[in-house]
Design a protein around this ligand. Structure first.
Ligand SMILES: Nc1ncnc2c1ncn2[C@@H]1O[C@H](COP(=O)(O)OP(=O)(O)OP(=O)(O)O)[C@@H](O)[C@H]1O
Ligand SMILES: [Mg+2]
Length: 267
């Protein structure tokens, strides 16, 4: 049984001027337990709409989504959702922010602090447990949010552009930290990203979505061996070949994206 199953999903939104935006059309997708899937596609093609449906934050108008065999629901402790914008609580320390999901699950203070510290260490923040969000850089705050998700060891990790706030050097280090944490836990991951390097380097499969209404345009298996390292992949010919093939497929969607040509952008 797939861990995540999307069957015949279409979704639309009403616009303030009584119009309709068709966000998703006929999406069928199965994601296996322990699989790492990346989804890329032009801005506004429905990626967030799709992952929101997996997280149980929105119900598609047509079709069904199941997660671990059930209708998704927002409070499911098996599922962790990481957004582009960190959602740290400013009055809590880094350590207690990282332990938040565990606290909500009722894990004891000693155990949750141990797991939160370990997760912060993986993200290179072992020395910042006592700091508050206002004392951290943007990239550090995002790493705390990632640590919080890891500390809870969810079976399913849904991520909407979680690395986009990081500068290029930090990003590559966080990618490798993330990869090693994932190799240990092998949770099912759905990663939405605009960074094709990140998608190819991290995922088992890369899914390309077409322009709105978002459909699945193509699916690419990434047969690079694991364990992987983003740092090492930079010099790997096979990685660049795969990247180039997928980019040719994606560029048609991105280049014809009228939202970049000064026309109205519904977002
Ligand atoms: N709550 C909403 N109400 C109305 N329209 C919405 C709503 N959420 C999304 N949309 C519209 O649905 C379409 C898809 O939006 P979505 O956020 O899923 O795109 P996306 O692929 O995540 O884009 P980006 O890459 O810019 O994050 C867009 O046209 C957007 O304006
Ligand atoms: Mg989005």
């Amino acid at each position: 049984m797939p861990m995540i199953k999307v069957s015949g999903v279409s979704h639309a939104f009403a616009t303030p001027d009584d119009g309709v935006v068709h966000a998703l059309q006929d999406i069928d997708l199965e994601i296996a337990d322990g699989e790492f899937v990346a989804i890329v596609g032009p801005s506004g093609c429905g990626k967030t709409t799709l992952i929101n449906a997996m997280a149980g934050l929105d119900t598609p108008l047509v079709g069904t989504v199941t997660v671990a065999g059930q209708t998704p629901s927002a409070g499911n402790p098996d599922v962790s959702y990481v957004l582009a914008k960190d959602s740290l609580l400013p009055w809590r320390t880094t350590l207690s922010n990282a332990a938040l999901a565990l606290e909500l699950q009722g894990v004891s203070k000693q155990e949750r602090e141990k797991r939160a510290l370990e997760a912060l260490g993986i993200m290179g923040l072992g020395d910042f447990g006592g700091s508050y969000a206002s004392q951290l850089s943007h990239g550090m705050r995002q790493r705390v949010a990632l640590a919080r998700s890891f500390a809870a060891k969810p079976r399913i990790l849904l991520m909407d552009e979680p690395f986009s706030a990081l500068d290029a050097q930090t990003r590559i280090n966080v990618h490798d930290a993330f990869l090693s944490a994932w190799e240990r836990n092998k949770m099912t991951v759905v990663l939405i990203t605009h960074d094709l390097t990140e998608a190819v380097g991290l995922a088992d499969r890369v899914i390309i979505m077409s322009r709105r209404p978002g459909r699945i345009k193509s699916i690419h298996d990434i047969d690079l061996p694991r364990p992987r390292s983003m740092v090492n992949l930079q010099g790997d010919d096979r990685f660049h070949q795969i990247y180039e093939t997928i980019w040719q497929d994606l560029r048609e969607e991105v280049i014809e994206d009228t939202s970049f040509q000064g026309k109205e952008r519904v977002a």
